[in-house]
Design a protein around this ligand. Sequence first.
Ligand SMILES: *[C@@H]1O[C@H](CO)[C@@H](O)[C@H](O)[C@H]1NC(C)=O
Ligand SMILES: *[C@@H]1O[C@H](CO)[C@@H](O)[C@H](O)[C@H]1NC(C)=O
Ligand SMILES: *[C@@H]1O[C@H](CO)[C@@H](O)[C@H](O)[C@H]1NC(C)=O
Ligand SMILES: *[C@@H]1O[C@H](CO)[C@@H](O)[C@H](O)[C@H]1NC(C)=O
Ligand SMILES: *[C@@H]1O[C@H](CO)[C@@H](O)[C@H](O)[C@H]1NC(C)=O
Ligand SMILES: *[C@@H]1O[C@H](CO)[C@@H](O)[C@H](O)[C@H]1NC(C)=O
Ligand SMILES: *[C@@H]1O[C@H](CO)[C@@H](O)[C@H](O)[C@H]1NC(C)=O
Ligand SMILES: *[C@@H]1O[C@H](CO)[C@@H](O)[C@H](O)[C@H]1NC(C)=O
Length: 437
Amino acid sequence: MKSSGSEFAFICILFILLAIPAHASVTTAAQQPGQICQIRPLGYGHDDTDQVEEVIAKCGHSGTTIFEAGSFNITRKMTWNLQSATVHLNGFLNFPPTIERWLNPDNTYQVVFIQSQSSWFVVTGSDFVIDAHNTGGIQGNGQAWWSFFATRTREDGDGRPISLTLFKAKRGIIRNFRIESPPFWSNAVVESSDITYDGMVVNATNEDPLFEGQNIVWNTDGIDTYRSERITLKNWDVTCGDDCVAIKGNSSDIVLRNITCRGGEGIAIGSLGQYVNLTDNVQNVDMENIKMVRLDPKVQPNMDNGVYFKAWPGTVNGLPPTGGGGGAGTVRNLTAKNVQVDRVMNPVRIQIFQSIDPNGGGSPSKIKFEDMHFSNWVGTANNSRLLDLECSVSGCSDFVFQKFNVIPPSGESPHYVCQNVTGIKGLSSPCRISGGT
Ligand SMILES: *[C@@H]1O[C@H](CO)[C@@H](O)[C@H](O)[C@H]1NC(C)=O
Ligand SMILES: *[C@@H]1O[C@H](CO)[C@@H](O)[C@H](O)[C@H]1NC(C)=O
Ligand SMILES: *[C@@H]1O[C@H](CO)[C@@H](O)[C@H](O)[C@H]1NC(C)=O
Ligand SMILES: *[C@@H]1O[C@H](CO)[C@@H](O)[C@H](O)[C@H]1NC(C)=O
Ligand SMILES: *[C@@H]1O[C@H](CO)[C@@H](O)[C@H](O)[C@H]1NC(C)=O
Ligand SMILES: *[C@@H]1O[C@H](CO)[C@@H](O)[C@H](O)[C@H]1NC(C)=O
Ligand SMILES: *[C@@H]1O[C@H](CO)[C@@H](O)[C@H](O)[C@H]1NC(C)=O
Ligand SMILES: *[C@@H]1O[C@H](CO)[C@@H](O)[C@H](O)[C@H]1NC(C)=O
């Protein structure tokens, strides 16, 4: 402990007689005797980072840590390595908007390989539960960031920090967690497996009247998954200005249940194929009970997609994090069932992203899409083109629609666009090569 005489607001109780309640089947070791630590905020003007690090060092291995309600001032990058541990986060980890400081890459972690993204808070380890009881989580103080970047170029890898990053984590549960005002992606799960997020509220809503009617909350994705297996997202409510969920390369066995997306871009698979030297595969994505809600356009003008796929073209054009392309990969076996959309622009879309190469002569994407199932879709689109599959040669096969009953704007009849798709079934009229917007 580097205590420079500072007060410690936590107490650690050596745990002898009581039995820790069985929190979850995954935390076998946490059910054995361990320590309990309790921590409360030091109060306004104080820095809680030291005491939070100390309490996790003490009780983060085979112990239980209880954060009391309130705001914990976290002024530096922080990692929690949790092994067979439970954390009750009744309050908020508050990351102050010292923007220039966070933008210095020395002050964040770069563990998310794709697009060289930065993180201010990383959770790693195995067999853990973080339960925020719907009363705690992360306060990202995003308004200052959004207003700052509203008049500056936003680029991937520019150092805006991800709020909660799970990195090399195994068998973890994040429960009833809130992420208020994320400056950038709310969540990322990378190089991880067997993670369940049950109960997640994300809210990125601009309240600066100067930007009313604009989307200044770009890149506030609900979550990005990358290089991860067996990830379950249940009971999510995401208000954002970008992808509600983005399933990126080498994500497999991904389950989504009961997800509400308010505004933004909808659910994305991708983007894929950005790195010419890496193959991006996505397999076994199972979504059920998904709802897109269009917001008041003064608050958030975009509600663009239901489920969409983003692939880079086959040509390399610049280098990641901002440029790229040329990577191969396959998206296979996806189901999107019981989906409700609300005036979305594109219910289902494959976008060969940046297919118009600014330097001319772009070649087709090397990403393939196979075995896709869309069933029980209801609601409305604000575009009569309900389906837009712009695939490269033999890039798309076996797209099956059942009860795909999205309603186009009144007076218009639905139409479907398919380029280079084989094995399309179940649409109410033929899929044409072009037409409509
Ligand atoms: C957070 O801690 C810093 C010192 O590191 C302090 O200057 C600042 O006022 C604190 N913020 C809050 C909201 O307490
Ligand atoms: C998100 O935050 C805004 C602004 O504070 C608020 O008006 C809105 O109700 C919140 N959304 C949800 C779903 O809680
Ligand atoms: C769906 O998730 C929301 C939180 O986003 C929760 O309030 C609601 O109870 C869940 N519904 C069901 C049927 O579990
Ligand atoms: C792929 O290329 C990126 C640079 O774009 C590099 O950082 C990475 O190490 C390369 N990976 C492999 C496996 O070669
Ligand atoms: C995905 O996994 C394959 C091996 O299965 C590997 O060759 C490829 O580089 C991985 N891609 C990424 C983005 O890690
Ligand atoms: C497709 O994915 C589902 C779960 O999402 C899985 O149960 C099924 O076995 C997969 N099918 C194949 C052929 O891999
Ligand atoms: C349709 O979407 C566009 C683009 O987001 C938006 O400008 C327009 O207001 C929407 N129309 C309706 C009727 O919601
Ligand atoms: C099919 O793919 C080729 C090659 O990418 C592309 O030129 C063409 O526009 C696509 N669409 C159709 C309808 O052929």
